[in-house]
Design a protein around this ligand. Structure first.
Ligand SMILES: Nc1nc2c(ncn2[C@@H]2O[C@H](COP(=O)(O)OP(=O)(O)OP(=O)(O)O)[C@@H](O)[C@H]2O)c(=O)[nH]1
Ligand SMILES: [Mg+2]
Length: 255
C-alpha cells in the first residue's frame, strides 16, 4: 500500500470521533489539578487551608494559559482549578475539542511543574455554553463553590489544628448549617467576613490596555501605542456584583 493510501486509511481511526464546537457557542475550559490533595498535604507542605505560594503558582499557570496562543478573555481560579473563558470568535485548531483539552492540560501541567520543581498534572474539560447568561451562571457557580470550600476548609483545619482527629472533625462538621459553621469559627476568634477575599472568592485575571511610549524612526517622533497587559484581581466582587463583573468581561458578542 502506498504511503498516501495508508495515511488516509489510518487517519480516519484517529479523527472519526473528532468533535468541533459550533460557532456561536461560548467555550469555557476548566483545568483541575490531579490528586492535589496529596500534592498539597503530603508531597509538599503547603500551608492549610490556604497558601499564597500555591496561589501564586496557580496565577503564573493561568498567565501562561492566557498567553500560549489561545484568545482567553478571562481566567478564574480557586483551589486547584482554573477556568478560562475563550473569545467568542476563538477559532484556533478549528475549535476541535480534543486539541483544546490536550494542549491546555499539557501547558498547565508543564508550567505548574516548572514552578513547583516537581511533576504535577492537570486534567481539562470544556463547557459549551450557548448564551451569555449561561457564561455568567458558570462563573457564579465556580465563585459560590469557592465560598463553600473556604468556609468548609477553614472549619476543618481550625479543628484539626486544635488537635481534633480527622474522624471527629468530620463528625463535628456533619450537618452544620452555614450559620453554625460561621459561629464555630467566631467562637475561636475567626470572623469569616474578615478572611482574605481570595480565599472566599478566588482570583480573576483579565486583560487591560495600557499606553506604551515608543519612537517612530520614520516620522522621527515619539508615538503612543496600546499594549495589552494581564491584571490579577484578588478582591473579586461576589454574588450579583460578580455577575455584573463577568458580563462586563464577556462584552458584546464578537466585540
Ligand atoms: N494546603 C493547601 N491545599 C490547597 C490549597 N488550595 C487548594 N488546595 C487543596 O487542593 C485540593 C483540591 O481538591 P480536589 O481537586 O477536589 O481533589 P484532588 O485531590 O485534586 O483530586 P482530583 O482533582 O479528583 O484528582 C484540596 O485538597 C485542597 O485543599 C492551598 O492553598 N493550600
Ligand atoms: Mg484536583
Amino acid at each position: 500500500m502506498k504511503f498516501d493510501e495508508l495515511d488516509t486509511k489510518m487517519r480516519r481511526f484517529e479523527t472519526a470521533a473528532d468533535y468541533c464546537v459550533l460557532p456561536g457557542i461560548f467555550m469555557v475550559a476548566r483545568l483541575d489539578g490531579r490528586s492535589f490533595t496529596r500534592l498539597t498535604k503530603e508531597r509538599c507542605q503547603f500551608d492549610v487551608p490556604y497558601d499564597t505560594r500555591f496561589r501564586d503558582m496557580m496565577i503564573t499557570t493561568a498567565q501562561s494559559l492566557m498567553t500560549c496562543g489561545f484568545q482567553v478573555r478571562y481566567a478564574y481560579l480557586q483551589s486547584d482549578e482554573i477556568s478560562l473563558l475563550f473569545d467568542y470568535e476563538e477559532r484556533i485548531f478549528g475549535r476541535k475539542l480534543r486539541k483544546y483539552n490536550s494542549t491546555l492540560a499539557g501547558e498547565a501541567s508543564a508550567r505548574f511543574s516548572l514552578e513547583l520543581g516537581q511533576v504535577a498534572t492537570f486534567d481539562c474539560r470544556i463547557s459549551q455554553l450557548p448564551s451569555v447568561d449561561l457564561v455568567v451562571d458558570y462563573f457564579r457557580w465556580r465563585s459560590e463553590d469557592a465560598a463553600r470550600n473556604a468556609l468548609n476548609s477553614w472549619c476543618y483545619w481550625t479543628l484539626r489544628k486544635e488537635g481534633v482527629s480527622v474522624n471527629d472533625t468530620n463528625e463535628q462538621l456533619k450537618g452544620l448549617s452555614v450559620g453554625q459553621k460561621n459561629e464555630l469559627l467566631f467562637q475561636r476568634g475567626i470572623n469569616y467576613n474578615d478572611l482574605p477575599d481570595w480565599h472566599k472568592r478566588g482570583v480573576g485575571l483579565k486583560w487591560k490596555s495600557v499606553p506604551r511610549e515608543g519612537f517612530d524612526p520614520i516620522k522621527q517622533k515619539t508615538v503612543i501605542s496600546q499594549r495589552r497587559e494581564i491584571v490579577v484581581d484578588t478582591e473579586l466582587p461576589m454574588k450579583d456584583h460578580y455577575d455584573a463583573y463577568v458580563r462586563k468581561v464577556i462584552g458584546r458578542k464578537g466585540e
